[in-house]
Design a protein around this ligand. Structure first.
Ligand code: HEC
Ligand code: HEC
Length: 81
């Protein structure tokens, strides 16, 4: 038996494409997080482990309690704006 696409098949494919396009256009979380400021303190810091010399409890600019406990800072914070 030959496959005859029904109207509902086209609707389904259309919906799937719409969802894919929608998800692709969603802003990446990185766009919403505060960027790394482009100032003297941050200029020239390339190693993520250096960030913690200031952004620790008791440091110059401690992170908030509910900040993610992760070391890959630059995965979420953009640099250089
Ligand atoms: C020399 C100390 C120092 C180092 C090292 C440092 N920071 Fe900072 N950071 C600060 C200070 C002080 C502030 C707050 C004042 C400002 O905006 O510059 C700040 C602010 C920030 C902010 C913005 C906060 C906001 O409210 O917008 C982010 C994001 C940030 N730092 C991320 C990083 C990352 C990622 C690194 C490593 C690449 C890093 N910092 C290394 C001192 C430092
Ligand atoms: C999983 C994603 C993620 C990672 C990894 C991450 N952050 Fe953040 N950070 C955020 C988000 C989201 C915010 C804004 C929400 C908030 O203020 O709690 C933020 C806020 C900040 C702020 C400003 C807010 C404040 O408390 O003054 C600083 C500074 C900062 N992050 C530094 C860092 C450093 C340094 C690292 C690496 C040790 C890091 N972040 C890793 C997501 C992340």
């Amino acid at each position: 038996m030959r496959f005859k696409p029904k109207k509902s098949d086209f609707v389904f494919v259309g919906l799937v494409l719409a969802v894919i396009v929608f998800v692709t256009l969603l802003p990446s979380p990185k766009d919403n997080n505060p960027p790394v400021p482009n100032d003297l303190a941050h200029h020239g810091i390339k190693l993520e482990k250096d960030c913690l010399s200031c952004h620790v409890k008791g440091g110059e600019h401690p992170l908030r309690e509910r900040h993610p406990k992760r070391q890959d800072c630059l995965r979420c914070h953009r640099v250089g704006i």
